[in-house]
Design a protein around this ligand. Structure first.
Ligand code: UTP
Length: 294
């Protein structure tokens, strides 16, 4: 079955980006001049997703507006013969069909996903976190879709290798490798100490799930942080259904934290011919200015 819908939860408070997130949605904060959410939606669209379901909270209107047409701006650009800008703005407004559902209380990622249950209408769906960017010619979520399709519409959790000493920062999957990139899961452990981690495969925010997850999300108790955790639901799902983990190809930037955000900004500036040369000059100057020995 073709996966047509993607849930993108963006209802979180984004406290790591305060004070900016006091007034603006974290997902609208740009990597150079493109909001981080643009990259996530683009990944879904390039994978063939036809409908994006944002799970939102108050103050997140700008994300929906960003993917809508802006007639006033378009008319202004047209009047001023700014053809390239006009084309860009129009394309974003027509990129994909967007709907939104509210999460009235921020009770965790599992709870956020559950809010979209009625919009998914019994079909397998994708989940992408709005503050995780993955760069790869074949979109990460497309790779997971392909694995799902090849395995009778299995649930597929995107994973990446992390250094063993970092396992305590992530949800870590457990199970048996069935080929060099795929693991048949029998559970997940939330933030295990390195010595207790079953693998070094972490779940950075890309999932293909079947609607079976909703029934579980409706019943699970609150978990870590007193929140309804998607991890806890996936753990139960592993006991009932075929759940695979797939080591997707691509570089992942955790733009929900300041270091990951800076890393993405530097990487994107260095790879863009528009900014590259001047940016390198700036870096060289600043490194000298602050007496940094590389
Ligand atoms: P984070 O753990 O990054 O939380 O959530 P956050 O609130 O965005 O940021 P910090 O930790 O306060 O800085 C991971 C993803 O899950 C969404 C967030 O919007 C983010 O995309 N989320 C989290 C929800 O939609 N609802 C929730 O209740 C919790």
């Amino acid at each position: 079955m073709k996966i047509k819908k993607a849930i993108i939860p963006i209802a979180g408070k984004g406290t790591r980006f305060l004070p900016a997130t006091k007034e603006i949605a974290k997902e609208i904060i740009p990597i150079i001049n493109v909001p981080m959410i643009h990259y996530v939606v683009q990944e879904a669209v390039e994978a063939g997703i036809e409908q994006i379901i944002f799970v939102t909270s108050s103050g997140k209107f700008s994300v929906e507006d960003y993917f809508d047409r802006n007639q006033e701006l378009e008319a202004f650009l047209e009047r001023n013969n700014k053809t390239k800008d006009l084309e860009l703005v129009r394309q974003i407004g027509m990129m994909v069909n967007v709907t939104a559902v509210r999460q009235k209380e921020q009770l965790g990622l599992g709870h956020a996903v559950l809010m979209a249950k009625n919009m998914v209408e019994g079909e397998p769906f994708a989940v992408l976190l709005g503050d995780d960017i993955v760069v790869n010619p074949v979109p990460a979520i497309k790779q997971l879709m392909n694995v799902s399709l090849a395995n009778e519409c299995a649930n597929v959790i995107g994973v990446m290798e992390v250094p063993k000493e970092d396992t305590a920062k992530y949800g870590i999957v457990k199970g048996d490798m069935i080929d060099d990139r795929t693991l048949r899961m029998n559970g997940m452990v939330e933030k295990p100490k390195p010595e207790e981690a079953p693998t070094n495969l972490a779940t950075p925010g890309r999932y293909i799930l079947t609607p079976d997850i909703f029934e579980i999300l409706e019943k699970i108790p609150r978990g870590a942080g007193n929140e309804y955790q998607l991890t806890d639901a996936i753990n139960i799902l592993c006991q009932r259904k075929n759940v695979l983990a797939y080591k997707f190809f691509g570089e992942r930037f955790d733009t929900g934290n300041i270091h990951g955000y800076l890393d993405a900004t530097i990487d994107f500036a260095l790879k863009d011919p528009l900014f590259r040369e001047k940016f390198i000059q700036s870096l060289q100057y600043r490194i000298k200015k602050y007496g940094i020995n590389l």
